[in-house]
Design a protein around this ligand. Sequence first.
Ligand SMILES: [Zn+2]
Length: 322
Amino acid sequence: MTTLNRRQFVASVAGVSALGLTGSLAMLPSTAAAADARKKGYYSYKVGSDIEVISIYDGVWQKPHDENFIPGVSVEDTKSALKNGGLNDEFVPIEFAFTVVRTGGKTILIDAGTGGQLAPTAGLAKEGMAAAGISAADIDTVLVSHFHPDHIFGLMEKETNAQVFPNAEILVGETEYNFWTAPDLIAKLPEGRQGLAKRIQATFPTWKNINQYSGGQEVAPGITAVDTFGHTPGHTAFRVASGNDQTLLVGDLINLPALFLANLDWQLAFDADKDMATTTRKAIVAEAVADNINVAGYHFGFPNSGKIEKDGNSFVFNPVTG
Ligand SMILES: [Zn+2]
């Protein structure tokens, strides 16, 4: 595995493109691998000797700044945190990357991307999947971390809501499912979330291939569901393990590392229960650092897997590119 400090990575990629040094990429193998992964739309790595993990890039939402995104934190402070993380600060670059795992003879999709239904600059996953040689028909099982649009719209065709993976078993967390399908939910939700709940209620309960998992359950060979509630009522991380090796797919437990790892007390507008999300986040970060666990985040940018490391009083994410 090649680890790459985020600042070195950003600096060297910026340097390479500014100088037009495409011919010199061979001199920078890790940087070249990272840049290449984004262009290719996927990269893969092993957990143990028998599990293959493939990260698929689905693009970016260039979220305009707004005062409510991080309650109590100004746009100016948000911008300087982005800058410190080596990111563009004109907007909040919320990138999307989901995961395919090949394990025990099965091909498992973990979350399904935006389906091209969220932002004009997202919805690239089809190309990434094709480039990785994976077709929708190859997917045996879909594991869903939670029911936010950027994770489930890729399961539904845009106009008709028809299933994109009709032959796969779709496994969803029971707490998450029960929350979103409660008959009295829609009236209780803020207006901005009602459309999502309606779409969920019009689809999932009618799909015969949906089953539920609960926390701690082995949902596929080597993959265990980990309750990480807070971002949504039933948000789930997935631990992929083989022998002594593991990678923890943290989903949306941590959003952009430059913001929410660098500042563990910052809370995210999209977290349903902000205090619970913060407590859960701190516990998982502590575990990942203490045990030097490989983690992958849905919104970590691309490459989206690597190590969380202590950096003074805060934490940084260092991508692992191969
Ligand atoms: Zn998300």
